[in-house]
Design a protein around this ligand. Structure first.
Ligand code: C5P
Length: 205
């Protein structure tokens, strides 16, 4: 049986933590689709053409240790505007979403474009200031010397680029459940997501 959980939302809203938690709880596979765009962005920073990089992407590219930097995030959001790059990544994501045993995919366009018939659609969000603070703490714990102001500017710039692009803009699917994590702890946000998935699983059982 396939069962797809689509989790979308802006950077640092808590999608990653919620997706991993949902996957672990229900024994589903998890794909962080941002890593696909980051891996393509990383290759372009090394001089490759974005479309060639997207077509040549292999699973090992997602394992690179340096995909989480702010520089790679910006490169990812620039290549993500390109509709040919996006098309080159669709099949891999759709096949992943229908794997037997259940799958969680998180990104920007999972509920709207990649998996419009996902059994569960969540749109996880939080204020830009709170998301930037979370991302700042994450990056500085890893030794980055980026400032709070730079992280907030980066988050805002990516939000605008991701929401305003013409192909697959970041937005909630019409039937997505909205989860604003601004005033929630990680445990509270995960609990809310688990309850939503649990209900949907009950409905298909
Ligand atoms: O989620 P993450 O911050 O790793 O994503 C990096 C960038 O990749 C995003 O800012 C966005 O531009 C792009 N992306 C996308 N569609 C997805 C996942 C990520 O356009 N499904």
């Amino acid at each position: 049986m396939s069962f797809t959980v689509a989790i979308d939302g802006p950077a640092a809203a808590g999608k990653g933590t919620i997706s991993k938690g949902v996957a672990a709880h229900f024994g589903f596979a998890h794909l962080d689709t941002g890593l696909l765009y980051r891996a393509v962005g990383w290759r372009t920073l090394n001089g490759e053409d974005p479309l060639e990089a997207a077509r040549a992407l292999v699973p090992d590219d997602l394992e690179r240790g340096d995909l989480r930097t702010a520089e790679v995030a910006q490169a990812a959001s620039r290549v993500a505007v390109n509709s040919d790059v996006r098309s080159a990544l669709v099949t891999f994501q759709r096949e992943f979403s229908r794997r037997p045993g259940g799958a969680v995919l998180d990104g920007r366009d999972i509920g709207t474009v990649i998996c419009p018939s996902a059994e569960v659609k969540l749109y996880v969000t939080a204020s830009a200031e709170i998301r930037a603070e979370r991302r700042y703490l994450e990056l500085s714990a890893k030794g980055s010397d980026i400032t709070r102001e730079q992280v907030l500017a980066d988050v805002r710039e990516r939000d605008t680029r991701d929401a305003d692009r013409s192909t697959a803009p970041m937005k909630p699917a019409a039937d997505a459940v909205l989860l604003d994590t601004s005033d929630m702890s990680v445990a509270e946000a995960l609990k809310a997501a688990l309850a939503i998935v649990d209900r949907a699983l009950g409905a298909v059982a």
